[in-house]
Design a protein around this ligand. Sequence first.
Ligand code: GLV
Ligand code: GLV
Length: 332
Amino acid sequence: TKLKVVITRQLSADAQKLLDDVTDLHVVQWPSEKPCDRSWLLEHAKGASGILVMLTDKCDEEVIATAGPQLKVVASFSVGTDHVDRPALKSRNIRLGYTPTSLTDAVADLTVMLVLMAQRRGGEAMRAVIDGKWPQMPWHPFLLTGPQIRGCTVGFLGFGRIAQATLKRLVPFGIKRAIYLTSKPGKIVKEADGFGVPTESIGSIEELATDSDVVIVGCPLTEQTKYIVNAEFLARMKKTAVLINIARGPVVDTDALTSALDQGQIFGAGLDVIENEPNIQADHALLKQPRCVLLPHIGSAAIETREEMAIESVKNLLAGLNGEAMVNEYEL
Ligand code: GLV
Ligand code: GLV
């Protein structure tokens, strides 16, 4: 009998072909471009040996238990794995694949974009033009000015692949120094001295908040990192500093960020993620803040990257079924 695999989205043509070429698979695939319904996933997970999910699909104990004891692999089309119940997989010896390699560059690019937009007020400036305010806003030496990146100390909360790729991109802008806080100091590449600016691991989150001109949140969402950027953290930040979040929304306390911006405690924010996304209405308090740039989770949304992620997740899925090495296996 053919092994059943469940795929919660339509994939790009190359990835689809990779999947179609495996003749001994029974592929059950969500038919639409919209996020997969949970009820559909629960219904079809039954009897699956492999499940390929997006970050919008909760792959929790219920899904995993519903699938049954033959489940061998979950492959996520994402670098973040907080939507997957990892302990539930580990206890059943189910392997987890994810896609960090293919998306690192695209997310690092977007992070640089957010840093520059937050410092140089890109969102605020464009909004003024769209709102027809330019005629009342003649050129002025200090019109829409913001801090310059040259000379900045950049602080990284989490210093994995994306953070390091971001640092490499920021060095040519003339930053002065990088500092980072990580839960995995032993795993940091030896390259730490090789970025072209002094780069040091610091032990305290307080110091990271106090010393940084740019704070970049790039850590996974865990119980330890939820709301790690809270009112206290924001109060320690420089008034001229910007906060960037390209990780997961709940790492930052949105209410605290909103009031920090209201009170001018920090200069601005650049967010690709936010708590409760995508349910953010146009009247959300943070959107009233001209100094906040908010993007709808498009960090890895480069065409080539999304195609590679699809291929990488299909390869991980197949490797998991065949007991072979994955492109990227998450260490559970
Ligand atoms: C995006 O947020 C991802 O985890 O891939
Ligand atoms: C984890 O905290 C990391 O450094 O990515």
